[in-house]
Design a protein. Structure first.
Lengths: 316, 289
């Protein structure tokens, strides 16, 4: 197990290096002349040259990359041109907001979808099964901003049950902050529900066809015990892996939801900084998200091993 | 002569097979419902200038924020523009961008998948690494970065979506090729001395169109999803375009005053994506049978 984790960490470092090169190349090359992009079209060529020199943008690309990467690794992420604040604290701040939003969504969707998938798998073609396959699929394919808008109109405008904004008033406690996040988290819940529930259903179906499931029923074990001890224990590892693998989708959804609800998270920061050519922030956001997704995938693989004794003991 | 005969025979059986598929599809409720919805929006996208009751861009300040009524079926927005007309006209952009990107991805993906599956080796390894990278990092994040930095553009959006989807189509084509490669008719063609391109395109390709078409339809659903999301983020068409995604993000500012101006394009988009996915689901079942 330890060997496996070490090996995966090593792989991660290599992937991270590749991602860093791509992110750097994208953000430095795509906007064209950085100084021009920052100052706008009315700046004189002289001003542009001066800014490029200040930023070091007139040096060779490889030199700039090494310089940027070493500073980045040392924790010096530069300054945001747009907001005039250190990039690192900005990104960490926004990331915390996004994580809170994701956690609210995951707390709702993970137990709900795994339970729904379990019930659907145990009663194939039953009512829950039809719901999961038809409604779950529809909920998954509808873009987050569409479900977000419909939810906003229903719960915030028509019924006045939930607040329209995602941000609680300054200085409010965690409870109030979470209350404000219920509505924004729902589109993410919709998005993930179908995926996770269908995967949980598929793994449950595999268990239901296994001989030990039939044995458990014929032995006369109570249904609840069969569900928790036989079905759930065997289908859970795969479901957990799916949840972690969906992290990428979740991050994509964050950009959309944060934009719709005007919530200061890392997704909205990435969008705004890209549109406004705030290069250092774009780089920091993209790299942070890449690390996060890689860690999620690692956690998925490791937790699969931890939850599944067959894999856990195989390495001994 | 015998060759002629065999060709006419095989094309005869092929059209019979096509007829068989059509019959299965016509019996599938999901396919029919999806088909009706998609055809409706295709008609709207093509013929809206002849259908719409108002000019989608016509501003009427005194008529602003009027709720749905007999004159304006879906109400008006902050400039007094007719929401119903704008919803119909707004179908054009997404129904141009998404199919264009999908067709590009299906062509490129089938070609790459055929070559990778047929030859194996390095081409195959390379393709699978691309697919891995694709699945590891969300395309939407890359698209936000690239389109944000380059500036909004429909052409770039089409190209980006096509680039993201190509490896995914290629993966499906590849695995279908692997299933066909060892069959007798391929061996027979090789023994006749047919060249590799002939075997790939004339022998294998017609036998793997089913999975490719299904994957293409699934991708079309995702392409509509992605294109609408990107234009919602302001990375596609700019106002005053009636594009659905764009309109929703624009109208979100008037949520309290005119929720109908928001719901119109949102619900329209929801029906389109669900329609395309039902279509894909029906197709998949028909091909599997």
């Amino acid at each position: 197990m330890r060997h496996f984790v070490l090996q995966r960490l090593l792989q991660m470092v290599v992937t991270l290096a590749i991602v860093a090169i791509l992110v750097f190349a994208f953000s430095e090359l795509l906007p064209g002349d950085i100084g021009r992009a920052m100052l706008g079209r009315f700046a004189t060529p002289d001003q542009v040259l001066r800014l490029n020199h200040e930023l070091g943008a007139d040096r060779p690309l490889v030199e700039r990359f090494v310089d940027w990467a070493t500073h980045f690794a040392a924790g010096d992420w530069g300054t945001s041109q747009l907001l005039d604040t250190p990039v690192q604290s900005l990104v960490v701040d926004r990331l915390a907001n996004s994580l809170l939003l994701s956690v609210v969504a995951l707390i709702v969707v993970v137990p709900l979808s795994i339970l729904a998938g379990l019930m659907a798998g145990v009663n194939e073609n039953g009512l829950v099964d039809r719901f999961v396959t038809v409604v779950g699929l529809s909920m998954t394919v509808i873009p987050e901003f569409v479900s977000g808008v419909v939810l906003l109109v229903i719960f915030a405008v028509a019924l006045h049950i939930l607040p329209v904004t995602a941000q609680a008033p300054q200085g409010s406690g965690l409870g109030t902050r979470i209350e404000y996040l219920i509505l924004p988290s729902l589109p993410l819940v919709f998005e993930l529900f179908g995926y996770i529930a269908r995967m949980a259903r598929a793994t449950t179906l595999a268990v239901v066809e296994a001989p030990y499931y039939r044995t458990a029923i014929l032995k006369g074990l109570p249904r609840r015990r069969i569900l928790t001890h036989h079905v759930l224990r065997n289908s859970l590892p795969a479901s957990v892996t799916v949840v972690a693998a969906q992290f990428g989708y979740l991050v994509g959804g964050l950009v959309v939801v944060e934009r719709l609800f005007n919530y200061p998270g890392i997704g909205k920061l990435l969008l705004d900084s890209a549109v406004h050519h705030d290069i250092r922030v774009v780089e920091a956001c993209a790299l942070t998200l890449a690390v996060l997704i890689m860690v999620a995938n690692l956690v998925a693989d490791v937790s699969y091993g931890v939850l599944n004794p067959r894999v856990r003991y195989a390495g001994r | 002569m015998s060759e002629l005969l065999s060709i006419s025979e095989s094309s005869g059986s092929r059209s019979a097979a096509a007829l068989y598929y059509v019959r299965i599809l016509m019996r599938s409720r999901t396919f029919l419902v999806g088909g009706v919805v998609v055809v409706f929006w295709l008609l709207a996208a093509a013929a809206w200038p002849f259908i719409v009751p108002y000019d989608p861009q016509a501003v009427a300040p005194f008529d602003a924020f009027s709720p749905p009524n007999a004159v304006h079926w879906l109400g008006t927005d902050q400039l007094g523009r007719d929401v119903f007309s704008r919803v119909l006209a707004g179908s054009t952009s997404v129904l141009a961008i998404a199919p264009a990107a999908t067709v590009l991805a299906v062509f490129a993906g089938s070609l790459i998948g055929l070559v990778a599956g047929y030859y194996g080796g390095i081409a195959d390894d390379l393709l699978m690494r691309f697919v891995d990278a694709q699945l590891a990092f969300p395309g939407l994040i890359t698209a936000v970065m690239v389109l944000g930095l380059l500036g909004p553009s429909e052409l770039n959006m089409i190209l980006l979506i096509a680039i993201f989807f190509t490896p995914l189509v290629a993966r499906v084509a590849r695995s279908s090729v692997l299933g066909e490669r060892e069959k007798d008719y391929i061996g027979a063609a090789r023994m006749r001395g047919e060249r590799s391109p002939y075997v790939m395109f004339i022998e294998i390709l017609p036998n793997i169109t089913g999975p490719i078409v299904v994957e293409g339809t699934v991708r079309l659903g995702y392409a509509v999803f992605t294109a609408a999301t990107l234009s919602f983020l302001g990375l596609g068409l700019q106002p005053p375009s009636p594009d659905w995604g764009r309109t929703v993000s624009e109208q979100a500012n008037y949520l309290q005053d005119a929720p109908w101006a928001l719901l119109g394009p949102a619900v329209a988009l929801a029906t389109l994506v669900v329609g395309v996915n039902l279509l894909a689901d029906g197709l998949r079942r028909a091909v599997r049978e």
